[in-house]
Design a protein. Structure first.
Length: 162
C-alpha cells in the first residue's frame, strides 16, 4: 500500500470513535467527572488544520447517527430518539502515526490550545442540537469505563483528504 503523503495529499481530519453504550463514565484522580446511561461514548481527536466546518460536520453526524434499534429491531433511531446522552472524551492518540518504529508519533494532532477550543465547540454544538452532553477533562489522565452495547463501534472522519 502506498503512502499518500508521497503524492502531496495530506490526510488530516477530525476523527471520532463512536460507541453505542448502556453506560459510560470518566474518572479523574478517583472522582467521576462525567457519566451517562444509555447513549454514545465519543472519543474525539482534533487534527492539524481542523476548524469550524469539521466541528459542524462531525457533531451533526454523531447526533443523527441511526444506530439504536426501533421496535422492529432495526437500527433506525438516533441518540435523541431513545432519550440518550453523549459522553465526549478528548483523545489526541486518534491521530497516532504508527508507520515507522514502535513509538507512535502525534505530529498530525492539533496543538493543545486549538484542540481544546474545537473540543469545547464540538460539545457545545451537540448541546445546541438538544443533546445532554457530559465530558472528560481535557489533558488529564482519565479512566474511561463503558458497557458497549452491540457491540457497535464506528470511526467517523470529518473528511478523507485535503
Amino acid at each position: 500500500m502506498s503512502d499518500h503523503r508521497d503524492y502531496g495529499i495530506l490526510f488530516i481530519l477530525m476523527r471520532a470513535i463512536v460507541q453505542r453504550v448502556s453506560s459510560a463514565s470518566v474518572t479523574v484522580d478517583g472522582k467521576v467527572v462525567g457519566g451517562i446511561g444509555r447513549g454514545l461514548l465519543v472519543y474525539l481527536g482534533v487534527g492539524q488544520g481542523d476548524g469550524a466546518n469539521d466541528v459542524s460536520y462531525l457533531a451533526n453526524k454523531v447526533a443523527y447517527l441511526r444506530i439504536f434499534e426501533d421496535d422492529a429491531g432495526k437500527m433506525n433511531r438516533d441518540v435523541s430518539q431513545i432519550g440518550g446522552a453523549v459522553l465526549v472524551v478528548s483523545n489526541f492518540t486518534l491521530h497516532a502515526d504508527t508507520r515507522q518504529g514502535r513509538r507512535p508519533a502525534f505530529t498530525d494532532a492539533a496543538p493543545a490550545e486549538v484542540a481544546n477550543t474545537l473540543y469545547e465547540d464540538f460539545c457545545a454544538t451537540l448541546r445546541g442540537l438538544g443533546l445532554h452532553v457530559e465530558t472528560g477533562v481535557f489533558r488529564e489522565r482519565m479512566i474511561v469505563a463503558s458497557e458497549n452495547e452491540g457491540p457497535i463501534n464506528l470511526i467517523i472522519d470529518s473528511k478523507t483528504a485535503r
